[in-house]
Design a protein around this ligand. Structure first.
Ligand code: FES
Length: 150
């Protein structure tokens, strides 16, 4: 075990963890930001997506040691009142079904739009391809990303 100071949602947090502990477990179990979900643990589903230095990353694939001092944003820190344009578009299009993957979907969409403010259909398909939704809400996700971009 080692002590780490990690920057999550704009605040420094002291955590004790083994160096190889995935960031996902630190943010969920040590810090209680449980909006970030565990889906596969092997970088395949996108449920654990957070922003690291503003870019969508899979928190199951980043160790606490590897994170260093890079700032992390989880779904809880994306906006002050759930009013990020992507979150509002998700509500407008009634995107979630079971909801499990949706925090990861929203974090990927927000990262995509910060890099490509007016994405084409192909940009959206490519940018969201790494996030799997077992309920098949892909058409609503696509529409919500488009609407958040306008
Ligand atoms: Fe990290 Fe599936 S839990 S990609």
């Amino acid at each position: 075990m080692a002590q780490y100071t990690i920057n999550v949602n704009g605040k420094p947090h002291q955590v004790e963890a083994s160096p190889e502990t995935p960031l996902l477990w630190v943010i969920r179990d040590s810090l209680g930001y449980v909006g970030t979900k565990y889906g596969c643990g092997i970088g395949q589903c996108g449920a654990c997506t957070v922003h690291i230095e503003g870019v969508a990353m899979r928190s199951c694939q980043m160790t606490v040691e590897g994170l260093g001092e890079k700032p992390v944003t989880t779904i809880e820190g994306l906006s002050a009142n759930g009013d990020h344009p992507v979150q509002l578009a998700w509500l407008e299009h009634d995107v979630p079904q079971c909801g499990y993957c949706q925090a990861g979907q929203i974090m990927s969409a927000a990262s995509l739009l910060s890099q490509i403010p007016n994405p084409t259909d192909e940009d959206i398909n490519a940018g969201m391809a790494g996030n799997i939704c077992r309920c098949g809400t892909y058409l609503r996700i696509h529409a919500a990303v488009k609407s958040a971009a306008t």
